[in-house]
Design a protein around this ligand. Sequence first.
Ligand SMILES: Cc1ncc(COP(=O)(O)O)c(C=O)c1O
Length: 393
Amino acid sequence: MGYDRCMEEFDYLGEGEVYLDGACQSLRPRCVIEAVKDYYTKHNSCGERVKYKWGIVTDEKVEETRETVLKYLGFKAKKYTVSFTLNTTYGINLLLSQINPSKFQKIVTSEIEHNSPFLATMAFSKRTGLPREVLKREDDGSIDEGSCDFSGAIVVVNCASNFDGRKLVNLKSLTKTVHKAGGIIIIDAAQAMAHSAEVLSGIEVDAVCFSAHKLYAPSLGVIVWRDELVDYLEPWWLGGGMVDDVQKDSFLLSAEGKEHRYTRFESGLQAWGEIVGLGAALKWLMRVPKSDWKSFEKNYKELYEFLAESPKVHMVNLEANPTMSFYVEGMDSHLLGTALSRENIMARTGYFCAHYYLDHVLGLPPLVRFSLGLHNRESDIEKVKKVMEKIIR
Ligand SMILES: Cc1ncc(COP(=O)(O)O)c(C=O)c1O
């Protein structure tokens, strides 16, 4: 099977359109769009409540999505629960808002975070009075485990960055260190799920938050959490679908048993169609042939090497990754983005919500970001190279 097999799923892309913003939102394969369409046209119904047949189909598909998320991550269904939310940001904030702070001593994050965990940890610290520490990330993405006392720490860090894709390569031993010290570790996997989920595979972190929209799926958030975390939670964001019984001034959470534990983070009706679409996206990703992954790798490596060797181009990346950021000496990145757009090349410019690190630690000017996906063809790379050469000249 050649790369064309993968490309068929994106055949709606117009001639000459080059989409390089997958780190923000992936393009959705046709099979995902079809799965969502099927929900709306064939079994539009509320999940987990109704007894009529459309609802039963929805229930089966939603359950299948929860199982597929765990399978994709290599996590054990016995130990983890999958809850749906709005996006990564919402998931991290929701988790932190329900964690009982009296069980912890500090909150820890890292310098290369997206504003999503960076601001959420700041807010947590302000609200609870617990100190916050911002750790350095090494060039290879690791965190020096000796650089912090993790006793009673809530660690919230990404396992792949959104500007150069560097990974938290020592996640396994970091998780052990944090647990040994009585802390917990929450992972922002927004950028890892589509192309580098192996960084998380089977590692027993306490929670993983990600956005389905960066994973070839519809707009949706997911929290995958270790069941033991329930001991640290104080539920207060409550509503429909979460209780077994309600009295005048009290209620009984239905989340007490494993079977309904996911409701802890799912108050009210969920985005059933999007959940079904996520299941379809994960199944599609697991079916993508090796040859297509090879073509994808070839594409992003070629573009990275071209940029890294171009005069006047300053890369943030130290190595090739599907996500790469740079600036061109003497050129305003936003103007460069506009010039690319005139050629039908869609790329992002600015600090990509990583202001603290890119602007204040590295002192860089606003950047351009190319983030590739499985929809990109070889011809896209040729076109970007040609246009960039012309612009730089
Ligand atoms: C690493 C990382 N974390 C968190 C987020 C926030 O994702 P969302 O806006 O879907 O909540 C992003 C978005 O780009 C991201 O790249």
